[in-house]
Design a protein around this ligand. Structure first.
Ligand code: PEP
Ligand code: MG
Length: 755
């Protein structure tokens, strides 16, 4: 029988499903080896786990070898084929394992019966030794290149699960019961109206849940007002309900957001199943403590331990633990009455990772308030894709709001009402209803009043954005931010997983223009599973194309996936953060190398991609004519161009008043870029948020921009605006703006226009 193809074996859903059904790590590993053996039609599949202290590998699970060897069979680093694969951090594939000089059959587990041998190291972040995944078969030369690829994809998934389980184990070894600060309730401030800025629009209301405060970060104990305190039975039911809810969430995420979902609730489930966690709660309940108190006590111990840990990966788990605590408490207090999610709630936090935003969105949070942050920061971009209203506020007093306080978020205006009056609520109800009636309709093409065609494309961050793009009749995708599947997952998506994502994008936009941007990580987009060196100024550091050129393996995998996905259609690849012609040519050279490799392998690919760049750095503006000679197209990234031209951090709310798109330096730079593109016959589009501002859109049309890429939900508004705009009027507007040398003059002119 033929082996299953790589796609099937790589299927994350299958591993996630296995994990959910498993009672422990060893149970999970055992299921994993069975399923891999099944898909590979291999007689044997085993996992060895690595102990760094003793530099030793131990058999942890096997399908096909003698199970008595589990936990007993050990190999030193460098010993046998398995030890060599671990030592040299590379897969070893032998048609005749017994001919390999390192082959060392282990007595008693019947290894000698299997000639074909494939050992793939399980590595975290590509370098940290976790273990070895091994497949064996009696038929010589049984394994091929595709099998290595498949095992590699699986082992990167396994690495994450094993790492999380190990983190928990190491936690138990740490000294426990660190003291935690208490909240002084009398000190809590109660603001009633807060002006912030919109990160993701919408009007919602809900009760407040504060995720982190000024360092105390504990779960608040429930009020002791129950007649009969909840006991062991309530706890067990709540625990099972929590597991079922998380499993449901994980599955739903995979259906809806397959590109980014990965094993996102994996840490939650692991902690829940951890004996030190639920077992400790049971012990406290047995000793007479009420179940809700026991949950609070253990959760707070964990929060204390996690937040004091020196290991940043453990620190990141604080939110997961607190979130779990909330879920367990809700389930104890109101069995089955809700899904244990954030429906009806507004989350308030000091800081969130992109993966947190995704988790809370999956748990139906109504809206999010973040203390500090900037609107073009990438968590805002993600919130917009997820349709979660989000507001940034400067005033940290909001972190002291009583949990359960009613909050109304008008994220269209960037305002918050704490405990709003009935009249405010009524006013908003009528506003929400009216805006639903007033939905703008869209047409497939966009023209100015005088008939000039403007191509309206959209920016896509998640595959789910494509639905909105189609609904709003986008003419294509002007910017696909390919980093989102990277920053939200728990590990690098394999070349195959990436190819599938890019293919799904193309399927959603047949016959239309699609621009795939290569990884833009760094800055405010860190990969949680990759070791990023500490940087004093990450926005000036190893970001985007610099990261890709430094991590050629990752870059090549992505380029190969793009070249393969675009095999039978127009392919446009764009490099972000280009600061020199040299960087651009270097990146292009890597792409050509990928083409040669694919050619040699006989893998189908697109051999004629159009290659462009993001113009988002002042340096690129200075050499724009030279870049125009080298590139097929430009896309102006105004979010970053403004940040770097004006030296204003786009994620820092306290300097947001200086982040102005109509600054003369910005206007003149954008003009220079567009002018150079037109003179050199290079396609140009604008994909930053500057195009959302009507005065600026008019300016862009006035200087000759005919292609705009924006969030899909903005298309109807922008189309309606352009429909009423005359290009001659736009040209006059642009000429006028370009003459001003000071912000004061620009402000005055724009204010006059409004009057
Ligand atoms: C930009 O910089 O304008 C842009 C569109 O890219 P990103 O927001 O992803 O940095
Ligand atoms: Mg950018």
């Amino acid at each position: 029988m033929a082996k299953d193809n790589v796609d099937l074996i790589c299927d994350i859903g299958e591993l996630a499903g296995l994990f959910e059904k498993s009672q422990s790590l060893s149970d999970f590993l055992q299921s994993a080896v069975s399923i891999v053996a099944f898909h590979m039609r291999a007689a044997v599949c085993s996992i060895y786990l690595y102990d760094a202290d003793h530099e030793e590998l131990t058999l942890a699970a096997t399908q096909g070898l003698n199970a008595d060897g589990v936990g007993k069979v050990s190999l030193k680093l460098g010993e046998g084929i398995v030890g060599t694969a671990m030592k040299e951090l590379r897969p070893i594939c032998e048609g005749h394992g017994s001919l390999n000089p390192n082959f060392k059959p282990i007595e008693g587990i019947f290894e000698e019966n299997y000639e074909a041998f494939l050992a793939v190291p399980i590595l975290l972040r590509g370098v940290m030794r976790v273990g070895v995944l091994v497949a064996q078969d009696p038929q010589p030369n049984y394994f091929h290149k595709n099998d290595i690829k498949a095992l590699r994809a699986i082992s990167s998934q396994l690495a994450v699960v094993i790492e999380n389980a190990k983190l928990l184990m190491s936690l138990h070894e740490a000294e426990s019961n660190l003291p935690v600060e208490k909240i002084d309730e009398d000190e809590a401030l109660k603001p009633t109206f807060i002006k912030g800025v919109t990160a993701s629009s919408g009007v919602v209301r809900g009760t407040a849940v504060v995720l982190d405060g000024h360092g105390y970060d504990v779960l608040t104990a429930p009020a002791d007002d129950s007649v009969i305190p909840p006991g062991m039975k309530d706890f067990e039911v709540a625990l099972q309900e929590s597991i079922a809810q998380l499993t449901f969430l994980q599955n739903r995420m995979e259906e809806r957001l397959g590109d980014v979902a990965s094993l996102i609730f994996n840490a939650h489930l692991l902690i829940l199943k951890d004996e030190g966690f639920s077992g400790e709660m049971r012990k406290l309940i047995e000793s007479g403590m009420a179940a809700d108190r026991a949950v609070t006590s253990v959760v707070n111990d964990y929060i204390g331990l996690f937040s004091k840990s020196k290991n940043p990966r453990l620190q990141e788990k604080v939110l997961d633990v607190k979130d779990l605590g909330h879920r367990l408490l809700r389930n104890i207090q109101q069995h089955g009455e809700d899904q244990g999610d954030y429906a009806g709630q507004i989350l308030i936090a000091k800081e969130l990772l992109p993966s947190d935003v995704l988790k809370f969105a999956a748990q139906n949070v109504e809206g999010i308030v973040i203390v500090q942050g900037g609107v073009t920061a990438h968590i805002s971009i993600l919130a917009r894709s997820l349709r979660v209203p989000m507001v940034f506020v400067e005033n940290a007093a909001i972190l002291d709001v009583d949990e359960g306080t009613l909050i109304l978020i008008d994220a269209n205006q960037g305002t918050l009402f704490m405990d709003p009056s009935d009249s405010v609520l009524k006013q908003y109800d009528s506003l929400v209803n009216r805006s639903e009636v007033e939905r703008l309709s869209v047409t497939p093409e966009t023209f100015t009043e005088d008939g000039t065609k403007i191509k309206l494309l959209c920016n896509v961050n998640l595959l789910s954005d494509i639905e909105f793009a189609i609904e709003n009749k986008a003419e294509g995708i002007g910017l696909y931010r390919s980093e989102f599947p990277f920053i939200i997952r728990n590990e690098f998506p394999s070349e195959e997983a990436q190819r599938l994502i890019y293919e799904r994008i193309y399927r959603g936009m047949p016959e239309k223009e699609v621009v795939l941007r290569t990884l833009d990580v760094g800055g405010d987009k860190k990969l949680p599973y990759h070791h990023h060196d500490e940087e004093a100024n990450p926005f000036l550091g190893l970001r985007a194309i610099r990261f890709s050129l430094k991590n050629l393996g990752i870059f090549k995998q992505q380029l190969r996936a793009m070249l393969r996905a675009g095999v039978d259609r127009e392919l446009k690849i764009m490099f972000p953060f280009i600061s020199s012609v040299d960087d651009f040519l270097e990146a292009k050279k890597v792409m050509v190398e990928c083409m040669h490799e694919l050619e040699a392998e006989g893998t189908p690919y697109n051999g004629h991609p159009k290659v462009g760049l993001m113009v988002e750095l002042p340096a690129a503006v200075e050499i724009i004519d030279e870049l125009a000679q080298a590139a097929d197209f430009f896309s102006i990234g105004t979010n970053d161009l403004i940040q770097y031209l004006l030296a204003v951090d786009r994620t820092n709310e306290s300097v947001s008043s200086m982040y102005v798109c109509h600054h003369p330096a910005v206007l003149r730079s954008v003009y220079r870029i567009v002018n150079s593109a037109i003179n050199n016959d290079v396609e140009v589009s604008v994909c930053g948020d500057m195009a959302l501002n009507e005065d600026m859109l008019k300016f862009l049309i006035g200087i000759g921009v005919r292609k705009i890429s924006i969030d899909p939900q903005q298309i109807p508004r922008v189309q309606a605006f352009l429909g009423g705009l005359h290009t001659e009027e736009a040209r006059r507007h642009a000429r006028k703006l370009l003459r001003f040398g000071s912000l004061r003059e620009v402000n005055q002119y724009l204010a006059e226009l409004e009057a």
